[in-house]
Design a protein around this ligand. Structure first.
Ligand SMILES: *Cc1c(COP(=O)(O)O)cnc(C)c1O
Length: 506
């Protein structure tokens, strides 16, 4: 590590140049006057190539990523993305394929799409799949639009209520509200399942459907899922499955077999297409035959009695969700993942994801109370309420983990659990890594008991100390302003010490 840290952003100097353009060898054309810039290029950075390269390389090294360490961010399924996927997605026949290519000349790509549609349908117990949506939340949006279209077609437009258990992912109620539905919250019972009495009292002729995350955000499989589905269907509603946690039940339970009518898959979680940082995702959706005609297009079908594939849009499609054919690069990666592992391999993924989460639960529950004392699925929710150090908060524990070289787990979510710490190790973490994480978590408790300031001041070894997270969310600075940036930097430097303590050892 360099001890001398050059300034992060202000490297610009007048006259510096990072490009070396060849001399013009074509006739110069006159630009019309109105297209010419009249003001100066003031404030535009002037840099050499070396400086630009070092700047971006340096800040990239400050990123925490799944390729550098354990990232147990519950609910987000930050698992390792095999590099063979990247090689496949970069094959020129895929990467350079123009989206407007005549389907007759893109049969290989359509074949991949058709196979992925069929494999996802098979894995989940659904009849039809659309690969259009770009994210889980967009898949949810698709599903509720489909529910609405279906109810309208049935002459039931008054069905405008979407039930969401309080253990649902936040995107579920947000989605329902965005579609213009009324969100009705359903309680969780003492075992972490949907409270059936509360559910019953909220069903009625206005029920459009229920959105169930299963396993839910408590990391628990709803033990009454079939009863929930029967109750919802009995009231004329539809069952939406939030399949973002599908990685816990691959090859074990098919959501289509236990009462769900529609579901989204997060290919960027369960099927290891990379995600985070707002990059491209794929929130493919699957449904039962009776909803198939409403799916977004284009979808791909195999032309009967031929070896050809073609694109089509279902007859009552709710419309497009995404330009062209969805995020095609994600489709390739997920296809490679499923084909590499096969059916038995996918089941093993889930078995190991569940085993790993339970291993952490058992090794930590004497120091960190578990939210629900039962076998968990792919993630475990603990509470940062330490018996011998009541002043310690979940936030302190999370920040101290950074000093130990781990990305913090998801914290304060689900909101129904006070001081929640939601840990999802995923199946790609080795026992050795998990043991290191356990040691760090246990050592943090010892530190909290011995000297709480160690936790309160954390992180001390990260490039930046504690950030103003509320300010960042409420008053985001979305545009680079050199003057404001320097002011912020100075005030930040004043608030934090210059010393870089050593990483704790363990
Ligand atoms: C991640 C997640 C979502 C949202 O998926 P995005 O792809 O981030 O939009 C929805 N539900 C659950 C349970 C999730 O974990």
């Amino acid at each position: 590590m360099n001890t001398f840290e050059p300034p992060i952003f202000e490297l610009s100097g007048p006259g510096k140049c990072g490009v070396n353009l060849p001399t013009v060898d074509v006739p110069l054309a006159e630009l019309p006057q109105e297209l010419l810039r009249t003001d100066d290029l003031a404030g535009f950075p002037e840099l050499s190539e070396t400086e630009v390269t070092r700047h971006f390389t340096r800040i990239s090294q400050r990123n925490f990523c799944i390729d550098t360490g354990m990232y147990p961010l519950g609910s987000c399924t930050m698992k390792y993305n095999p590099k063979v996927h990247e090689a496949a997605a970069r094959l020129p026949g895929f990467a350079a394929l123009h989206p407007l290519t005549d389907p007759a000349h893109a049969q290989g790509a359509l074949w991949i799409m058709e196979q992925l549609q069929s494999m996802l349908a098979e894995i989940s117990g659904f009849d039809a799949v659309s690969l259009q949506p770009a994210a889980g939340a967009q898949g949810e949006f698709t599903g509720i639009l489909v529910f609405r279209a279906y109810h309208h077609a049935q002459g039931d437009p008054e069905r405008v209520e979407v039930l969401c258990p309080d253990s649902a992912h936040g995107t579920n109620p947000a989605t329902a509200a965005m579609v213009g539905m009324r969100v009705v919250e359903v309680k969780t019972d003492h075992n972490g399942n949907v409270d059936l009495d509360d559910l019953q009292s909220k069903l009625g002729p206005r029920t459009a459907g229920l959105m169930l995350t299963n396993p839910n955000t408590l990391g628990l499989f709803d033990e009454h899922v079939q009863q929930v589905a029967e109750l919802v269907h009995g009231a004329g509603g539809l069952m939406y499955g939030d399949g973002a946690n599908f990685n816990a039940i691959l090859g074990i339970v098919r959501p289509g077999d236990v009462g769900f009518d529609f579901m989204h898959y997060n290919l960027h979680k369960t099927f290891t297409t990379p995600h985070g940082g707002g990059g491209p995702g794929c929130g493919a959706v699957g449904c039962k035959t009776f909803l198939e005609d409403y799916l977004p297009g284009p979808r791909v079908c195999h032309v009967i009695d031929s070896d050809k594939f073609e694109l089509f849009t279902p007859p009552h499609s709710i419309g497009r969700l995404k330009a062209f054919h969805g995020n095609f690069g994600m489709i390739i990666r997920a296809w490679v993942y499923i084909r590499t592992l096969g059916a038995a391999g996918l089941r093993e993924v889930s078995e190991n994801a569940v085993l790993n989460a339970n291993y952490l639960r058992v090794k930590l529950q004497d120091l960190y109370p578990v939210a629900y004392d039962r076998t968990c699925m792919h993630e475990v929710v603990l509470k940062g309420q330490l018996r011998d150090a009541p002043a310690a908060k979940t936030l302190d524990i999370a920040k101290r983990l950074i000093d130990y070289g781990f990305h913090p787990p998801t914290v304060y979510f689900p909101i129904s659990v006070p001081e929640a710490i939601m840990i999802e190790p995923t199946e790609t973490e080795s026992k050795r890594n998990m043991d290191a994480f356990i040691v760090a978590m246990r050592q943090i408790v010892a530190e909290a008991v011995e000297d709480i300031t160690i936790l309160k001041q954390a992180p001390t070894t990260a490039p930046l100390r504690r950030l103003d997270e509320v300010g960042a969310a409420r008053k985001p600075i979305l545009k680079y302003d050199p003057v404001k940036f320097q002011e912020l930097r100075r005030s930040h430097a004043a608030a934090t010490s210059d010393e870089q303590p050593e990483r704790p050892t363990y």
